[in-house]
Structures are given as C-alpha cells and as structure tokens.
Design a protein around this ligand. Structure first.
Ligand code: FEO
Length: 165
C-alpha cells in the first residue's frame, strides 16, 4: 500500500501535469490562430505528451493501491504577445515542474519508498530533455530576432521537432 504522503505528492504532480497539458493546448491554439502552424503542431503534440505524463502517474498511483485524483482545471492564460513569450513561459513552467519532481524524489527517499523513487527517475530524465529543448528553442528565437524570413523557417522546422515523450 502506498504511503499517504507519497500518494498526496503524486496527486499534486498529476494536477501539475494536467495543467501543463492544458496550458500548452492554449498556447497551441494561440499559435494556430496566428498563422504559426508549425509551432501549433509542436505545441499540440507537447500538450498530448503532458497528458501522457499525467496518465502514467494516474495508473501508477492506482496500481500501488492508492487513489488517483483527477483534478479540476482553471482556464489557462490564452493571450500571448509572441513566440518569445510563449517559449519563455514554457521554460519557466517546466522549471517549476522539475522542482516539483525533485521534491517528490526527496520525499520518496525520506519515506524509504524506493519503488516510487525508481518510477520517478523517468520524470527526472524527461525534465532534463524538456528544459534543454525549451532553451534551445529560445536560443534560436534570439538569433532570429525580428527577421520575418527566419521566423517563417523557424515555424516550419518546429513542425518536425518532437517534444520528448
Ligand atoms: Fe511533464 Fe513537461 O512536464
């Protein structure tokens, strides 16, 4: 049976992953409405990945004899001033997710729950990839600046770029 403190922490993580999915969905929709179809595709996929992160946690909590809580979600911010804002917001959000995962890992160690600790290592590795990807995208945007041709190519390239699963 799962420790109740660990169960609570995992349920908080479920909510955070669900909010991430919702948030990136709002970003994808904004991009689609601004003619940035490649960026929209990337963000729609990213939103799906976050739902998968949530689902993996839901199933783990239930398999361990706990009770996964499916959270209510507020409407996310849906208006953005541009791509720079989208991706810096995304990076900031992912940094918070990393911090939250690290706290779950800490708790697993202090409660001697090595099974959950092992399970969470997938999320630790995933966060390294996600943060690196967001930083890489921001570097590209900084290089492009206000160059419209560069922005066109950036958007086209993003369509092919896979967020890590
Ligand atoms: Fe599932 Fe991007 O954290």
């Amino acid at each position: 049976m799962i420790d109740s403190k660990i169960e609570d922490a995992l349920n908080q993580q479920i909510e955070l992953e669900a909010r991430s999915s919702h948030f990136y969905l709002a970003m994808a929709s904004w991009a689609e409405n601004h003619g940035l179809n490649g960026t929209a595709e990337f963000l729609y996929r990213h939103s799906d990945e976050e739902r998968m992160h949530m689902l993996k946690l839901v199933r783990f909590v239930n398999e361990r004899g706990g009770k996964a809580v499916i959270p209510a979600l507020d409407s996310p911010k849906s208006d953005f001033s541009g791509l720079q804002t989208i991706f810096s917001t995304l990076l900031e959000h992912e940094t918070n997710v990393t911090q939250s995962i690290n706290e779950v890992v800490d708790l697993c160690l202090s409660r001697k729950d090595y099974t959950t600790h092992n399970f969470m290592q997938w999320y630790v590795a995933e966060q390294i990839e996600e943060e690196a990807l967001a930083r890489n995208i921001l570097d590209k945007l900084a290089l492009i600046g206000s160059d419209k041709g560069g922005l066109y190519l950036f958007d086209r390239d993003l369509e092919q770029l896979q967020p890590e699963a």
